[in-house]
Write a protein that binds this ligand. Structure first.
Ligand SMILES: Cc1cc2nc3c(=O)[nH]c(=O)nc-3n(C[C@H](O)[C@H](O)[C@H](O)COP(=O)(O)O)c2cc1C
Length: 366
């Protein structure tokens, strides 16, 4: 049983604010409007999102930045302690934390999850990242495992967590990566059997992991139609292979102005004039080894999209156009989307005043 809005909300298109704990948020630019990462800023944005009825806030787990001009995301709050603090100053919104599996033992993770679920009175959620950026995981002194093996490790990790969240008394866990004789954890989380699990598996192995374990998976796609196709595949695997229902979310960044032209000029300024082009090369190399030669002529478009919104799908234009895009996500079969802005304060205020009423008219929000 859960009363967590990310699972129970009646809205047709659910919403989550993404990336609000990292410097720059989701925009690789030296515009002064980007997130600075102070506690007051995190509290303000979390409470603003809650007042707009948004279902969840989802941080990014990051340990170092992307170099370049602004060292994108180099300031970042650790997501568990951050989520615990925000749980105490909010009352309705679902608060997520994000774990890099190789950085935390599951016994510790399971207990941290249970503790924050108590602090939040059952509003907590967990994003599981099997491992992504080898340079930052390398800071922990252990080389990253090969891609698919990371998901095997994550599978054992979350299997032990689930047993710790549900088993009465002690048990022996004989998993291949985290054997644990006499495993034990109390108290259990408030949500039963456990808080919602999120992942963002997009590869075949990542999708399989999500289908087996995640309540919601996030897709990265070049456009809304492609996001819909990936979502349908993930849902089908979850249902057919594991008998589970899994929600799938897309990702969007929002730039909304009175005219489409103003919105596009604004994007052009923060991407092409103020964008961190040296930094985005480093990010691309994390995503695609030797990215410049491997991506050929597609390099610049991909870089520009990463600068604008961390690879999310653009919702750029008037409020009506933004809501049309949201409708398209919903029609493509997505249960929800993450949102980010260059300026989260202004974006969320504008969302409440201009976009939310149009979403209601469109039947996306009640
Ligand atoms: C919405 C979203 C949130 C993510 N959060 C993080 C994060 O906080 N830290 C991180 O290192 N990777 C993060 N990732 C990366 C994913 O966990 C995953 O590694 C990536 O989507 C590639 O999928 P694959 O492992 O199946 O190839 C995120 C991805 C998405 C789409």
């Amino acid at each position: 049983m859960s009363n967590n809005p990310i699972l129970t909300s009646p809205h047709k298109l659910k919403l989550a604010v993404f990336g609000l704990n990292v410097s720059g948020g989701c925009s690789m630019t030296d515009s002064p409007e980007v997130l600075q990462v102070t506690w007051d800023e995190s509290v303000r944005i979390a409470q603003l999102a809650e007042s707009a009825g948004i279902e969840a806030i989802i941080p990014v787990a990051r340990w170092k930045g992307m170099g370049g001009n602004v060292n994108f995301n180099h300031r970042n709050f650790e997501t568990f302690t951050w989520a615990a603090g925000l749980s105490a100053v909010t009352s309705k919104i679902s608060v997520f934390a994000t774990f890099h599996v190789p950085t935390v033992h599951p016994i510790r993770a399971a207990k941290e999850v249970a503790t924050i679920d108590h602090i939040s009175r059952g509003r907590f959620g967990l994003n599981i990242v099997a491992g992504w950026n080898s340079k930052e995981i390398g800071m922990f002194g252990v080389p990253q495992k090969e891609h698919d093996v990371r998901y095997d490790v994550a599978d054992d990790w979350i299997t032990l967590c689930k047993r710790l969240w549900t088993a009465k008394g002690e048990f022996d866990h004989e998993g291949p990566y985290f054997p644990s004789p006499g495993a034990y954890s109390e108290p259990k989380p408030v949500q039963s059997p456990h808080p919602p699990l999120m992942s963002a598996g997009n590869s075949a192995r990542g999708q399989l992991f999500a289908a087996q374990h995640a309540d919601l998976n996030f897709v990265v796609a070049k456009d809304i139609a492609a996001a819909g196709e990936i979502a349908a595949t993930g849902k089908r695997i979850a249902a057919e292979k594991f008998g589970r229902r899994m929600q799938v979310f897309g990702q969007a960044y929002v730039v909304c102005r009175d005219t489409e032209r103003e919105a596009r000029e604004y994007v052009n300024d923060y991407v092409n004039v103020k964008g961190d082009w040296p930094g985005v090369r480093n990010l691309l190399d994390v995503l695609v080894p030797n990215s410049k030669s491997a991506l050929g002529t597609g390099w610049e478009a991909m870089a520009s999209n990463l600068i604008a919104g961390y690879g999310a799908i653009p919702l750029v234009g008037t409020a009506e156009q933004v809501v049309e895009g949201m409708l398209a996500f919903s029609r493509a079969g997505l249960d929800g989307i993450t949102l980010s802005w260059l300026n989260y304060d202004a974006g969320l205020t504008q969302f409440k005043q201009k976009i939310l009423p149009l979403m209601r008219q469109a039947g996306l929000r009640e």
